[in-house]
Design a protein around this ligand. Structure first.
Ligand code: SAH
Length: 393
């Protein structure tokens, strides 16, 4: 028997707008004894059927909706249909790359489920109680759609703790190679799917790397928060004279050096520097060192709304420093991957940084996440990656 949750009066509004989350405070009554991850039906206070979702008793986000169609059952075929539909929307990207995000969680109608494709390896993140519950169905669907692919689970993400789930990494099918080689826009990269950040590589920056590289010809580039140096490879391929990769991770920088060789580029055109960006930008300023193009792609600074002010300070600090280090007519490509950072606020922070740096700055282009990270119209939270290409006048 499917358990039935009835909402408090007035709390049906977000569901009627097809937003997929229900918080504990919105629930008036629970009929039945649903366990973690079980499928439940959600009714409005007047008994009207609203949606069917996964119950998560340990989380403030108590239900995530799988379907708004009353006759849709959450079974094997459901997962196959949803994943197939998401994969179809990415098909055209595979002409230019063999790596993409196949399933972008809520934005593809599969809350808590992220699936990335890297050549012949699929990497899943199952981040909610519902996703955890249906692991076998998800694997079944993936094996049906991708019979030759290996499947790795990278559920080693803190957010699982909020759902009362352990952090884990496990092979779900086949043999997972230590490194998976992918090809993106004619360039080659090695992805450490078992140990790399997130699922191993930042697919969301694919288009932005190309756009930024358009400004790299004959320029000296500082690539801050470089990770494995994908941006550096694009910039060198685009004609940059030299790129400095700056990161605090030795393993990421080692991989960045391998990427230079793998793409037939000259090692002397790329320096790997292990240093803290905040400190290193200050050191460069003290030395009077300048660059033509600076990339700032920091990790998420905003973990929750209370951190927003502090995060703004962090973004302002690095943007101000970077703008001071740019030669006249230099280019700054600056990003925020914090979903909780509103786009307008990010633009304001960069504008304020320009003012304080005493530089006159033009915004040339607004950037966002690649299209395999779509934003569902009913779920604006799906929009998280924002960027600006700026020119110092
Ligand atoms: N631009 C990269 C992704 C950046 S991820 C790409 O497109 O592939 C963020 C990176 O910032 C990580 O590699 C992390 O090691 C690094 N990092 C985090 N804090 C840092 C700091 N204070 N100084 C330098 N690097 C930092």
């Amino acid at each position: 028997m499917t358990a039935i949750l009835t909402l408090e009066a007035g709390r049906e509004k977000s569901l009627l707008r097809r937003h997929p989350w229900i918080f504990a405070s919105a629930i008036r009554h629970i009929g039945g004894k649903p366990r973690k991850g079980d499928t439940v039906d959600v009714l409005a206070s007047d008994g009207r059927w609203l949606g069917r979702g996964a119950y998560s008793p340990d989380s403030a986000m108590r239900v995530r909706i799988w379907t708004f169609e009353q006759n849709e059952v959450v079974d094997n075929a459901f997962f196959l249909r949803r994943i197939e539909q998401a994969a179809r929307a990415r098909q055209h990207l595979l002409e230019h790359t063999n790596a993409c995000r196949l399933v972008a969680a809520e934005c593809d109608g599969l809350p808590g489920i992220t699936i990335d494709l890297y050549a012949k390896v699929l990497v899943c993140q199952l981040l909610s109680a519902g996703a955890e519950k249906h692991r076998d169905k998800i694997v079944w669907a993936l094996r049906k759609l991708y019979p030759e692919h290996a499947i790795l689970e990278r559920s080693d993400v803190q957010i699982r703790e909020k759902e009362g789930l352990p952090l884990l990494t496990q092979t779900l099918h086949g043999e997972i190679p230590e490194l998976v080689e992918i090809e993106e826009n004619g360039l080659r990269f090695l992805v450490d799917v078992k140990n790399g950040h997130k699922t191993g590589y930042y697919l969301d920056q694919r288009n932005n790397r190309q756009l930024v590289a358009n400004y790299a010809r004959d320029r000296e580039v500082l690539n801050c928060f470089s990770y494995t140096g994908a941006m550096a490879v694009y910039c060198l391929q685009g004609g940059a004279t030299h790129v400095t990769n700056l990161d605090v991770s030795d393993s990421a920088l080692e991989m960045a050096a391998r990427h230079i060789a793998l793409n037939g580029l000259l090692q002397e055109r790329c320096t790997q520097l292990n240093a803290d960006v905040f400190a290193q930008l200050r050191a460069y300023r003290a030395e009077g060192r300048q660059f033509d193009l600076i990339v700032l792609d920091p990790p998420k600074f905003v973990e929750n709304k209370r951190h927003l002010t502090q995060a703004c300070r962090g973004y302002k600090d690095i943007n101000l420093l970077a703008l001071q280090l740019l030669k006249p007519e230099g280019i700054l490509a600056t990003f925020s991957c914090s979903g909780l950072m509103p786009e307008e606020l990010f633009h304001k922070v960069v504008a304020d940084a320009a003012l304080d740096a005493g530089r006159s700055v033009q915004f040339l282009r607004k950037l966002s996440q690649a299209e395999d990270h779509p934003v569902l119209s009913t779920y604006p939270e799906g929009y998280y990656l924002k960027g600006l290409i700026c020119r110092v006048v």
